[in-house]
Design a binder for this molecule. Structure first.
Ligand code: IPE
Ligand code: IPE
Ligand code: MG
Length: 274
């Protein structure tokens, strides 16, 4: 791929995200009440296509448009981190034509949006196994990471060939090497140290996990990072989801009480409102 030659405009001079086609604007939520890290299981593309009597790939295409809108909406409402489940380690088991179609769409999404995302101050990360993806998509995702590495407004993790069990296994493999070579003392190991071996060690814990498409399951997504996430399951199929649904979920989050195992009484910092 060719790298956009234009550098990001720099702090405070980012391109604003385009408004939603309806003209709707993001709710004003004070930063300390926002979820810092939102993760989304973008599910329901196949059923959306089936409802139209169309091929599943058509659902994935519409789903990619929803994803682009939600990234803009995340920026507009002021989120710091957004993790998007784009393709799981189990999704390789789907028919080759569907898998190829998804790969092609990811190429297209990056090619058509990367420059703009960069100018908007978005940092793109790839969370997932890097060994199985075709060279083209690997190059594209790694180039996106490199181009946007200094951007700080919103970090978008594209979870591609991502599976939580694979991530934990890969982490344990790296850790085992460090133990074997004497760099790590097993009894001294802390939870933060283990987190340091995950695909994106800098990502904070997930505050809000949204799944569209009506299923109420996690499907091997960010099991470690979502330990205390607030969960929202939406009936809406992913292609019908847009930034306004994201904002509604974020507003619902601000009304949740988080306890982290505490009693919840008189304990500052236990509500989503902080
Ligand atoms: C999510 O939609 C997209 C991917 C898993 C890549 P699905 O393709 O799983 O759609 P449904 O769940 O079959 O409707
Ligand atoms: C989860 O959806 C994976 C992505 C959204 C990329 P799936 O459709 O693969 O999950 P299951 O099979 O319903 O659990
Ligand atoms: Mg599905």
């Amino acid at each position: 791929m060719s790298l956009p030659a234009v550098p990001a405009p720099g702090p405070g001079r980012h391109l604003p995200p385009p408004a939603h086609s309806s003209g709707a604007r993001a709710p004003r939520i004070p930063p300390h009440r926002l979820p810092r890290h939102v993760a989304i299981i973008m599910d329901g593309n196949g059923r959306w296509a089936a409802g139209l009597g169309a091929a599943r790939t058509r659902g994935h295409r519409s789903g990619s448009r929803a994803m682009i809108d939600v990234v803009d909406g995340a920026l507009e409402v002021g989120l710091a981190q957004l993790s998007l489940y784009a393709f799981s380690t189990e999704n390789w088991g789907r028919p080759a034509a569907e898998v190829d179609g998804i790969m092609l769409l990811l190429h297209e999404v990056l090619r058509s949006n990367l420059r703009r995302w960069h100018e908007q101050g978005i940092r793109v990360l790839w969370s997932g196994r890097r060994t199985r993806a075709a060279a083209g998509i690997r190059t594209e995702l790694e180039a996106a990471e490199y181009l946007t590495r200094d951007n700080e407004l919103l970090t978008v993790a594209v979870c591609f060939d991502y599976g939580s069990r694979a991530e934990l296994l890969d982490a344990v493999r790296l850790l085992a090497v460090d133990v074997a070579t004497g760099r790590v003392e097993p009894v001294a190991l802390q939870e933060e140290d283990l987190a340091g071996y995950l695909y994106q060690p800098d990502m904070s814990e997930i505050d809000l996990l949204v799944r569209t498409g009506g299923e109420q399951r996690i499907s091997n997504f960010l099991l470690w990072q979502a330990a205390y996430a607030e969960l929202i399951f939406e009936q809406t199929l992913w292609p019908d989801f847009d930034r306004r649904d994201l904002w509604r979920a974020v507003q619902a989050y601000t009304r949740r009480q988080r306890r982290f195992g505490g009693s919840g009484a008189g304990d500052p910092g236990v509500t989503a409102a902080g």
